[in-house]
Design a protein around this ligand. Structure first.
Ligand code: 5GP
Ligand code: MN
Length: 324
């Protein structure tokens, strides 16, 4: 891992672990496979060290990731009164603003993240934009420390890496990523079972919604830009939020000739927008124009205001980016 001072950062992190007992775990809102996998892995690591975990927002765990070891038990446990945390971990999350509402960090704070747009102000901030996933970073930290890789931890970390590399297809899929995935499998992660859980357990209505969005693709810039949208009425007609297809915007990018795909999702206060690029355009910079962020090939932003006006503004800016 190219983090030069990883040893001192990791020492600082394990110092905080050693001197505290109850840990608050948080990731970015609307968690994805990396966010859930990394948090679930850390929950196992900390518990194996005799620590106690409090999740900030476990109920937001999408159904696809409830197979992760320990999640169902923790969901049941989360209904009971929780102890007061005395330290906080923020995973796969570039700032405290990206955490779901109600987040109140307690005690010393540690962030582990791989977003190039990271702006966390935690006491310890471990950031590696070259890492495929937060799961990969956690693996490196564990290995450097000589900590054991249990089957549960391996399953969680494999899920992080699988989902954030687009099933080992994106440019963040390095030889090191493949080597780590191999070790995770040797430690007990079951690739077929994990892929089935992540990708083949969808709400049937979600497929119909996906079909409607794909039937509605609009191409611009001579086919290099494609966009579509999920308006609130369309979402409601297809089973609501639980049916929102994950990573549909990546599928939209798959048409020949497309460089950038954009999916607008209407919200009660405005919209969320997801950007993907295939090879050239830095969509993190594009999202940055709207106070969003992410990675060069996958980014997003959340905007407040009138839907039509916001969509127009984003499209105008995207067209200008395509012309650069
Ligand atoms: P997605 O389109 O899958 O929601 O997000 C793609 C990437 O962009 C993820 O790495 C995600 O963390 C990041 N991202 C999505 N929305 C936002 C946002 O509103 N702000 C920032 N800073 N990053 C975002
Ligand atoms: Mn991630």
């Amino acid at each position: 891992m190219p983090i030069e001072n990883l040893k001192s950062l990791s020492d600082a992190m394990f110092g905080i672990i050693g001197s505290n007992q109850v840990f608050l775990l948080a990731g970015h809102k609307r968690p994805d496979g990396d966010s859930m996998g990394a948090q679930a892995a850390l929950a196992h690591i900390l518990r194996d060290m005799g620590k106690t975990i409090v999740w900030h927002d476990l109920n937001a765990c999408p159904p696809a990731y409830r197979f992760l070891p320990g999640i169902e038990a923790d969901l049941a446990r989360a209904k009971e009164p929780q102890p007061k945390p005395d330290a906080t971990f923020l995973l796969d999350c570039s700032s405290t603003e990206r955490v779901a509402p109600g987040f109140a960090p307690q005690g010393p704070t540690v962030c582990i993240d791989h977003h190039q747009t990271n702006q966390a102000t935690t006491d310890v901030n471990i950031v590696d934009p070259a890492a495929s996933s937060t799961g990969e970073m956690l693996y490196e930290i564990l290995e450097a420390r000589g900590l054991p890789l249990t089957e549960a931890v391996a399953t969680c970390l494999y899920t992080s890496i699988l989902t954030d590399t687009g099933s080992f297809r994106y440019s963040n899929t390095t030889g090191r990523v493949m080597a780590i995935a191999g070790r995770l499998i040797e430690a007990g992660a079951d690739p077929a079972a994990i892929a089935r859980a992540c990708f083949e357990n969808r709400e049937p209505a979600s497929l119909i919604l996906e079909g409607a969005v794909l039937a509605d693709l609009r191409y611009e810039c001579a086919g290099r830009l494609v966009w579509s949208e999920i308006r609130l009425d369309r979402l409601a007609a297809h089973g609501g939020e639980a049916s929102e297809p994950e990573d549909l915007v990546s599928k939209m990018r798959s048409a020949r000739g497309v460089e950038v795909s954009i999916l607008f999702k209407e919200t009660p206060t405005g919209l969320r927008v997801s950007f993907r690029s295939k090879h050239v355009v830095d969509v993190a910079a594009l999202a940055g124009r709207f106070e969003g962020g992410g990675h060069a090939r996958a980014a997003g932003a959340e905007l407040t205001g009138g839907y039509d006006d916001l969509r127009r503004q984003v499209l105008e800016t995207a067209r200008a980016f395509m012309a650069q």
